[in-house]
Ligand binder design. Structure first.
Ligand SMILES: NC(=O)c1ccc[n+]([C@@H]2O[C@H](COP(=O)([O-])OP(=O)(O)OC[C@H]3O[C@@H](n4cnc5c(N)ncnc54)[C@H](O)[C@@H]3O)[C@@H](O)[C@H]2O)c1
Ligand SMILES: [Zn+2]
Length: 357
């Protein structure tokens, strides 16, 4: 097992990474909360797989625990499900001094986290992320949210957990596409912060080989995100580098109505396109782009997603008053080195329109 401590002023907490953590969750949670009663939030896929094990462990540790389950999927990450969580908490007898446990992927963590932040103006929150994406990304950093019909993650709060238990044994039941989806963010971390980690991922050459190294992979990613977030908890500066590949990735997701491509697939193609734009600006990134494409392919991720200029414009935003003329573009010229560079949106569109020589 590996352990990381996230140090935020007055709110320090641990991330534990390894196998067997689900069985031990009761005792581990005992050590970080005075809660007597815990509401376990999970979805309709994860519940049947892992809820029993978690509930038994909580009971063994002396907690009174009950669960609230919602239908799996991003479509549930809305105000109606949130309301069901609040009512479920109240029906289950949760009080101000109690706690909420999120058992599931990023959808569960984001929504349960927001519910925990707001129920009784904040109760203890524990994350048990069960997808690769949730372990390396959404469970670290304290962002919680739900979606609106107008857009994703529009309502939310910064709310840090008391503990994160990342059980890599959970990946055994993850569909291959969901695992590869998470790998896009893993590869992103190598690109923006950690060149030796990028080399390591290249050598793995695919998901099968990665499976022998989950603990190390999750640890490295959490450590990177922890460090970036500690520098910029409220996401006003340096934390922006985590958005590498996301501006254009957002256009791809949106262009296909969030149905055809997963978030990770869109980010994968978005990272490649960013390097292509660098190349069009005359930067020496051809070799890096070839490396990135190769590693993405090895993890069954796309290196290109077709979309129109209208799609790009719609996603990047044309409303000058609301968002300004410039956006922060994340430039990577060497693996492990990312810079946020302000760029006029029109200049970005012009580059996107340019054909390769
Ligand atoms: N808060 C943040 O900083 C942050 C960062 C990145 C993403 N997110 C959010 O995370 C969400 C995406 O997370 P996700 O990809 O984990 O989605 P998800 O929670 O929908 O999980 C993906 C699928 O895998 C299933 N699943 C989860 N764990 C499983 C397991 N161990 N075995 C079998 N099936 C399992 C789920 O039921 C679901 O069908 C998005 O809503 C996104 O906005 C948040
Ligand atoms: Zn992402």
């Amino acid at each position: 097992m590996k352990q990381l401590t996230v140090e935020l002023p007055g709110r320090e907490y641990d991330i534990l990474i390894g196998t067997g953590l689900l069985e031990q969750c009761g005792a581990r949670i005992r050590a970080v909360t005075r809660a007597e009663r815990l509401a376990v939030v999970t979805d309709s896929n994860v519940g049947p797989l892992y809820l029993k094990m978690v509930m038994e462990s909580l009971l063994r540790a002396g907690f009174t625990a009950f669960s609230v389950t919602f239908p799996a999927g991003e479509a549930s990450k809305n105000i109606r499900t949130l309301n069901n969580l609040y009512e479920g908490f109240a029906d289950g007898g949760l009080t101000r001094g109690d706690g909420v446990v999120a058992l599931g992927g990023g959808v569960t963590g984001d929504m349960a986290g927001f519910a925990a932040a707001t129920m009784f103006r904040g109760v203890d929150f524990i994350q048990i992320p069960t997808t690769l994406l949730a372990q390396v990304d959404s469970s670290v950093g304290g962002k919680t949210a739900i979606d609106l019909p107008q857009g994703k993650n529009l309502v939310g709060a910064f709310y840090q957990p008391k503990l994160v238990l990342a059980d890599t044994g959970c990946f055994a039941t993850l569909p291959n596409r969901v695992l590869c989806d998470g790998m896009a963010e893993v590869i992103k971390y190598g690109m923006i912060v950690d060149a030796p980690f990028f080399d390591f991922l290249e050598r793995l050459d695919g998901i099968q080989a990665a499976a022998a190294h989950w603990e190390e992979i999750v640890y490295t990613c959490c450590d990177i995100k922890r460090a970036v977030v500690a520098e910029d908890e409220r996401d006003t500066g340096r934390r922006g580098i985590l958005n590498f590949g996301h501006t254009l990735g957002h256009a791809y997701e949106k262009a296909y109505h969030y149905e055809t491509y997963t978030h990770g697939e869109a980010v994968a193609a978005g990272m490649v396109k960013m390097l292509e734009l660098e190349r069009r600006k005359g930067r020496p990134v051809a070799a890096l782009q070839a490396r990135l494409e190769r590693v993405l392919k090895a993890f069954q991720l796309p290196i290109e997603i077709p979309c129109t200029m209208e799609d790009y414009r719609a996603a990047v935003g044309l409303d000058k008053k609301a968002q300004g003329r410039c956006i922060g573009v994340i430039e990577v010229v060497q693996p492990g080195q990312a810079e946020i560079v302000p760029m006029e949106k029109e200049a970005l569109f012009a580059l996107l329109e340019e054909k390769d020589a």
